[in-house]
Design a protein around this ligand. Structure first.
Ligand code: E4P
Length: 218
């Protein structure tokens, strides 16, 4: 499973890539607004130059013609840019049009197996089930990831499953166990994934013992 960062923060993306574990990025208008970004195109292009894998940029209009026009434009920004299209009826039309033009689509805001199934048939390259937002309303977001993975496998659908709206490290574990292709995680969760109190205690103890036996701070 690949790990992407769900952010528009350049510093965090650079750090994730330096760690050797982040291969792509997902953004959305909320994340871009959070960073106070004015030049969306410039930031997406910069992110595309930092990560080896795909960078998802979302359309910001809602009518099919507008989405298609914007998506065609976004697709010219960089070779590794994917366009995020919502899981709606209009979105399906847009996805199938873009797929015929070989424009890569990340089908976003997916909350059901049926949305994922239709999106795959229309030609989405990724589908993004929003796990945390389902958990927020008392549903099991990870069950949706597992169900989509199962259905795609059973019917040999090639669309990749990107677990989105990840809120904590356990989400990532369950996404991996469910067979998700990608988990797109906030930077905070990426850091939490590598933290363990017993590791910190162990490092402290080894260093302390070494200092005592060597009689130095080295
Ligand atoms: C993914 O593509 C979305 O940008 C993101 O995961 C949404 O997460 P949220 O529900 O925490 O806003």
């Amino acid at each position: 499973m690949r790990i992407y960062l769900d952010t528009a923060n350049i510093k965090h993306i650079r750090h994730g890539v330096e760690l050797g574990v982040v291969s792509g990025v997902t953004t959305n208008p909320t994340l871009v607004a959070k960073e106070g970004i004015k030049d969306y195109k410039a930031v997406v292009r910069e992110i595309c130059s930092i990560v080896p894998g795909s960078v998802s940029a979302e359309v910001t209009v809602n009518d099919p013609e507008g989405m298609i026009e914007q998506a065609r434009n976004i697709a010219t920004w960089a070779e590794n840019v994917f366009v995020k299209i919502p899981s709606t009826i209009d979105g399906l039309k847009v996805i199938s049009t873009l797929a015929r033009e070989n424009i890569k689509v990340n089908q976003t805001l997916c909350f059901s197996v049926n949305q994922a199934l239709l999106g795959a048939l229309a030609g989405s390259t990724y589908v993004s089930p929003f796990v945390g937002r389902l958990d927020d309303i008392g549903q099991d977001g990870m069950a949706l990831v597992k169900d989509i993975v199962d259905v795609y496998k059973k019917h040999e659908l090639k669309t990749e499953v990107l677990a989105a709206s990840i809120r904590h490290p356990l989400h990532v574990v369950v996404a991996a166990q469910a067979g998700a292709d990608i988990a797109s995680v906030p930077y905070k969760v990426l850091i939490q994934m590598m933290q363990h109190p017993l590791t910190d205690i162990g490092v402290e103890r080894f260093l302390g013992d070494w200092r005592r036996v060597s009689g130095s701070g080295d």
